[in-house]
Design a protein around this ligand. Structure first.
Ligand SMILES: *[C@@H]1O[C@H](CO)[C@@H](O)[C@H](O)[C@H]1NC(C)=O
Length: 111
């Protein structure tokens, strides 16, 4: 449990250092790009926009790298479930401020 806590803490630090809506964890080196999609939503007054992106490798593939780029630079994203070392990942994409939309490029690498 302590180890899991430490890993979560490291992950949180890795995310906060990158700031804004960007996530860059793991290493794509030697891995294959298994997912590459732009996710975009327009703003609606007073509400946050959000969605969950689920990515799963084929067969026994394990996720080795996750790169989420906040193309508008004012949003928030986090890994909700799975991720590095797992066969799948659920990434939550969210606008940073009420009324704003977002635009993300999501890349996931696996071996
Ligand atoms: C994602 O991977 C985890 C860990 O192997 C597994 O328990 C879970 O069922 C998977 N989720 C889906 C929706 O495939």
């Amino acid at each position: 449990m302590a180890l899991a806590g430490n890993i979560l803490l490291l992950l949180a630090i890795a995310i906060s250092v990158n700031g804004r809506g960007n996530i860059d964890v793991g290493s794509p080196f030697g891995a294959f790009l298994i997912y590459h999609e732009v996710h975009e939503k327009g703003g609606i007054p007073l509400v946050y926009r959000n969605e969950e992106v689920f990515v799963k490798g084929v067969g026994n593939e394990i996720i080795r790298g996750i790169n989420v780029q906040d193309l508008k630079g004012n949003a928030l994203a986090h890994i909700k479930e799975g991720g590095l070392g797992y066969p799948n990942v659920t990434i939550e994409l969210k606008s940073g401020v009420r009324g704003d939309g977002y635009k993300y490029l999501v890349d996931v690498f696996a071996i």
